[in-house]
Design a binder for this molecule. Structure first.
Ligand code: AMP
Length: 127
């Protein structure tokens, strides 16, 4: 599988400190920050620090430490923001848009964490 990572993408620029961001948390392997155009009262993006275009690229190319570090960071976001149902939170939705049909706008793998109200249908009911 061939992947082309463009290091001029917006999230790469955020990682290099060239663009500002509203950081929620940062770890060795991941950065979590507020989405600039939130679609819910809580809308956080979690990105790995490595240069991966997509979920598939990440799973194929990242080390086990990067993979576990990334998903632990996603978990830390929900915990830090008090969203975990097991801890009295009201829950959240994770989304990883991928490729053309997934309507992925930024070509650096990321997971959206959406919460803060009862979210609508997962996708449009038109199939
Ligand atoms: P996706 O369609 O999954 O690629 O989503 C990309 C997300 O990045 C969108 O929700 C945008 O609002 C968000 N976004 C774009 N530029 C920035 C930025 N500079 N800071 C924070 N979020 C951004």
């Amino acid at each position: 599988m061939a992947y082309t990572y463009d290091d001029g993408n917006i999230f790469a620029r955020i990682l290099r400190g060239e663009l500002p961001n509203q950081t929620v948390l940062e770890t060795e392997h991941a950065l979590a920050f507020r989405d600039i155009a939130p679609r819910a009262p809580v809308h956080v993006l979690v990105i790995p620090k490595g240069p991966y275009v997509s979920f598939d690229h990440f799973m194929a190319g990242a080390t086990p430490a990067e993979i576990s570090g990334f998903f632990r960071a996603v978990r830390s976001v929900s915990e830090t923001l008090g969203l975990e149902p097991g801890d009295g939170g009201n829950g959240y939705r994770l989304i990883a848009n991928t490729g053309t049909d997934g309507v992925q706008e930024v070509q650096h793998f990321h997971v959206h964490v959406l919460a803060g109200k009862r979210l609508g249908p997962m996708v449009s009911p038109d199939v």
